[in-house]
Ligand binder design. Structure first.
Ligand SMILES: [Cu+2]
Length: 134
């Protein structure tokens, strides 16, 4: 009886190790990362956009990503050639990235982001849609 219990405990431990291994593999997938808008609506004019980078499997914010590509244009309203200025500004909240942008027209804007995450290969690419109101 005692050895039976021991075997079960050993099996449970092995399964536990196997599952931990899978979790580690899942963690290494760049597709597990995603940018999300803190606010989907902004006022027309100069505005600060905040985006949160999260690791989807555990919902945790991801700090220290290097954002190397940004583009803001009116593709959602059929004006993909109408782009505007966007520049990064400092953020104090880990995992939240901020940008200053000039929303020169009300309507739908698409924010395209490209980023590298510390310790991961590949690139996070997100396209987010904002609405500029009067
Ligand atoms: Cu426009």
């Amino acid at each position: 009886m005692k050895s039976y219990t021991y075997t079960r405990a050993l099996q449970a431990a092995i399964i536990g190790i196997a599952m931990t291994g899978q979790a580690t593999l899942a963690r290494a997938d760049i597709k597990d990362y995603e940018f999300q808008l803190v606010d989907k609506t902004i006022k027309k004019g100069d505005a600060i956009i905040s985006v949160r980078l999260i690791h989807k499997p555990d919902g945790k914010p991801v700090p220290d990503a290097v954002i190397f590509a940004t583009r803001l244009d009116m593709a959602p309203d059929g004006m993909e050639t109408m782009k505007t200025t966007i520049e990064p500004v400092p953020s104090t909240e880990p995992g939240v990235y901020k940008f200053k942008a000039a929303f020169t027209m009300e309507g739908g804007w698409q924010l395209s982001l490209g980023a590298k995450v510390q310790g991961e290969t590949g690139t996070v690419e997100s396209k987010l849609v904002l609405k500029a109101t009067p």
